[in-house]
Write a new protein. Sequence first.
Length: 118
Amino acid sequence: MEQNMEADMLCAFCGVSFDRNALNVALGSGICAGCVERLHDRNTTDAPPTPAAWRYDIAPLDELIGLLAPVLGVGEQTTAAAFEAIRVLRARGASWTDIGGAVGLSRQAAWARYAYRL
């Protein structure tokens, strides 16, 4: 089945439909502008985020349960993309020293963390 690459896609965090051509889309997954803004605000201020969905201690349980699968899905997609990137880097001649340096690890630590899935 052929996928229409021009169609909107769903935000991996909140499920809102947004333009697939947005800058915050990579490897078939994306985050809407609203979630990007909330994440930016969360990471640049000491104040707690305002939406209840981002306050795990006060959000309704059903909302938290609803967020679990999308959040875990983003993590799985990110992990898969990272291992694919490392596989390509190794196939193209990048050393474990190069890969480890890019992620703040020694070559031995990079090999131990990533080689088993290649």
